[in-house]
Design a protein around this ligand. Structure first.
Ligand SMILES: *Cc1c(COP(=O)(O)O)cnc(C)c1O
Length: 392
């Protein structure tokens, strides 16, 4: 297919899916059509705007209920949730943490905040998430158990402590394989579920398969609190520690300021939680709408040769947070042309993240062969995916 042709065909497809009528269609916009305004106003009217208040407790309770986690602890953003998850999992300075190279930079940053080393793993073509089978093969080659029973990378000598899969664009990775592998190698499983609120893997919500899961409520995520994040876990003691550590490790007392360790000021303010409560009430409706958006794309993209629409993996119900077109190999060279033409036509599109091992601060970090990541890095294009597309 000629250069002009495929880019033009994709612009045409977007136009047919969602006529713009002069607007720019954003990649992902929040939608506030429920109780958002009332709940936020209530915070202002009562003066409870900061990091304590009824909406924080309610948001945590409802989040735990929705995900089926025993406990949820809300924090200032998803990156902070990841940082706390790693610390609570016992990740220490000098440890290695296995993460996909194909992720948003926050996953790697959070590992670095702990003084630990992100160690990059390849992904699968279907989920764009961590490849458990390849990882197992790789670990078999590079690990050994030390005298304490810890797992060590025999190349670097470092302890390998945790595995952090990420559910790309809301599509669950194959968790079963990873749960098994973590058991076998005594690694802590932490899910970066930043993008997958509402996504189900084999009947259970993502984020609760390992020790801890981290969720994000940034402005572009499926549920937003403006900025925000949460830790979900089934472990009561861990949840208690998370609350303590994110509340400057302050011992509860009516007036005294005692802190028993260096803590963090990572709590979510009540204002943000108020927005979150209203958003959560509508989450199922949001997902239903987003699935219709995807259906519409699916019908139109089926007829275009040389590209495919990313679809939910088997046994999963994805939240379809962000739709992605994947270019077949011969069309990869047309990616930039497609990005230019679609954006020029008023459809916000963007490529997938630069893989972490390409970034200057992570370039020298340990990694397995990243064949699929390097095949995908130039072939994925995200297209407008807001719930609001249903209400143009
Ligand atoms: C959004 C996101 C985060 C971080 O969330 P913030 O709330 O923006 O800090 C982490 N990991 C992934 C994969 C994300 O998409």
């Amino acid at each position: 297919m000629s250069k002009q042709h495929l880019a033009g065909t994709i612009v045409d497809m977007l136009d047919r899916a969602f006529p713009r009528r002069g607007r720019m269609l954003a990649l992902h916009e929040p939608r506030f059509s429920g109780n958002e305004w009332d709940y936020v106003k209530e915070c202002i009217d009562t003066g409870w705007v900061s990091s304590a208040g009824a909406f924080v407790d309610r948001f945590e309770r409802e989040l735990a209920e929705y995900t089926g986690a025993g406990y949820a602890v809300s924090v200032v953003n998803g990156t902070a949730a990841l940082h706390m998850s790693l610390l609570l999992a016992g990740v220490k300075e000098g440890d290695e943490v296995l993460i996909p190279s194909l992720t948003f930079v926050a996953t790697a940053n959070a590992v670095s905040y702990c003084g630990a080393i992100p160690h990059f793993v390849d992904v699968t073509e279907t989920t764009l998430g961590m490849d458990g089978t390849e990882l197992e093969r790789y670990l078999y080659d590079i690990v050994q158990f030390d005298a304490k029973g810890d797992v060590r990378n025999r190349v670097t000598g470092n302890r390998i402590k945790a595995v952090v899969p990420m559910h790309t664009f809301g599509h669950p990775v194959d968790l079963e394989a990873l749960v098994e592998l973590c058991d076998k190698y005594r690694l802590v499983l932490i899910e970066d579920a930043a993008e997958s609120l509402g996504s189900i893997y084999k009947g259970k919500h993502t984020g609760i398969f390992g020790k801890i899961g981290a969720i994000s409520f940034n402005g572009n995520k499926i549920v937003t609190t403006g900025g925000g994040g949460a830790i979900v876990t089934n472990d009561a003691e861990l949840a208690r520690k998370a609350k303590h550590l994110t509340t400057t490790a302050k011992l509860p007392h009516r007036w005294e300021f005692h802190h028993d360790q260096i803590g963090f000021n990572y709590r979510m303010p009540n204002l943000n939680a108020a927005l979150g409560c209203a958003q959560l009430e509508r989450l199922n409706e949001t997902i239903a709408d987003k699935r219709i958006v995807t259906e519409r794309y699916k019908e139109l993209i089926q007829g275009i040769e040389g590209v495919r629409l990313m679809e939910e993996p088997e046994y999963c119900r994805s939240n379809y947070w962000l739709n992605a077109i994947i270019l077949d190999k011969p069309n990869v060279k047309l990616r930039d042309q497609i990005l230019v033409q679609t954006n020029k036509a008023g459809f916000q599109t963007r490529p997938i993240w630069t893989p972490m091992h390409r970034l200057p601060m992570f370039g020298h970090h340990p990694r397995m062969t990243l064949t699929v990541t390097e095949r995908l890095e130039h072939s994925v294009i995200n297209i407008p995916s807001s719930q609001g597309l249903m209400y143009l």
